[in-house]
Design a protein around this ligand. Sequence first.
Ligand SMILES: NC(=O)c1ccc[n+]([C@@H]2O[C@H](COP(=O)([O-])OP(=O)(O)OC[C@H]3O[C@@H](n4cnc5c(N)ncnc54)[C@H](O)[C@@H]3O)[C@@H](O)[C@H]2O)c1
Length: 323
Amino acid sequence: MTFSAERALGGRRILVTGGAGFVGGAVSRRLVDMGARVTVLDDLFTGKAETIPTGAQFVQGSVTDHAMVRDLVAENSLVFHMAARNIIASTANPRDDFETNIGGTLNVLMAARESRPDRVVYTSSTSVYGNPRSIPINEDDGLVLLSPYAVSKLGGENYCTAFYESYGLPVAVVRYSNVYGPGQRPDNPYCGVVSKFFASVMAGEPLMIHGDGEQTRDFTYVDDAVDATLLAAIHPRAEGEVFNVGTGIETSINQLAREIGRAVGREARVEHVDRRDIDNIRRRVVNIEKIRRMLHWVPGTTLDRGLDATAVWLRASREGAGR
Ligand SMILES: NC(=O)c1ccc[n+]([C@@H]2O[C@H](COP(=O)([O-])OP(=O)(O)OC[C@H]3O[C@@H](n4cnc5c(N)ncnc54)[C@H](O)[C@@H]3O)[C@@H](O)[C@H]2O)c1
């Protein structure tokens, strides 16, 4: 991130919902390092209080509590709305997902309509594309909602767009594609495939691949996702826009398994098991031309370097836990 981003964010009062989670924690840490006055609102559903950086204020509560959300949004000039029920929790309990992912987002936007922060950034997901007709996927390609999670994340997005169009609320939406990296805790039962594979290889256990492993994803390193998210908050051209955040590179799950084995220095043994109900997307890789062109963002970390950094972090955190 450039000096101008630090200037734009340092000293600001900023609310991060979901700031005890993986990506929200990384965003909060970067903001604190830039000198922002950060408040985290999180109900610790999957987040951990120790993820919240020193220097940030922590309010334990839910985005479904509209009075609390109203008060917190009113105290801040920027909002990163990142709190969400993840895809696995959502598939198990779509009503709970609805209340947080759609209801919580509506609470944030209603509060923002009242107190008018400079911007609300909403973190959506490339799961809204479902099984795309063609790849790489553009932001304005057709959306196919294959899970309650995709429905709720798009519901949040649609409310953001509606509040921008109806009330002139300055919003920006980023659609993340499979974010991974240091801070993604394998002890979180909902962590992504990268963390799960690392945990298995490090424990000398076989990697469980659901299906044939030829399904593909676009893996985004967490620091790159943070950069894109901060740019969406400060760049004048981001207002009212939706951006893919990925790498434009398609990686199969079998390839990922081999790369993780390499990063750990052990051969990854693989076992293929039945696909789960959430594994209904075959190929995914996004086009990142729009964010490159409009916000001048490009991902800076290749998959092999990102996995090496993740391995280093995981080893250090295991050693720390063992002390
Ligand atoms: N990690 C990814 O690959 C990915 C991909 C696409 C989209 N996203 C989106 O990015 C955001 C962050 O995801 P993450 O990977 O860090 O997940 P995470 O589960 O680590 O973080 C989500 C945080 O939200 C909190 N939360 C959940 N329900 C809440 C509620 N009702 N009130 C307050 N806090 C609540 C959780 O405790 C957690 O700390 C989410 O909006 C998610 O939908 C992530």
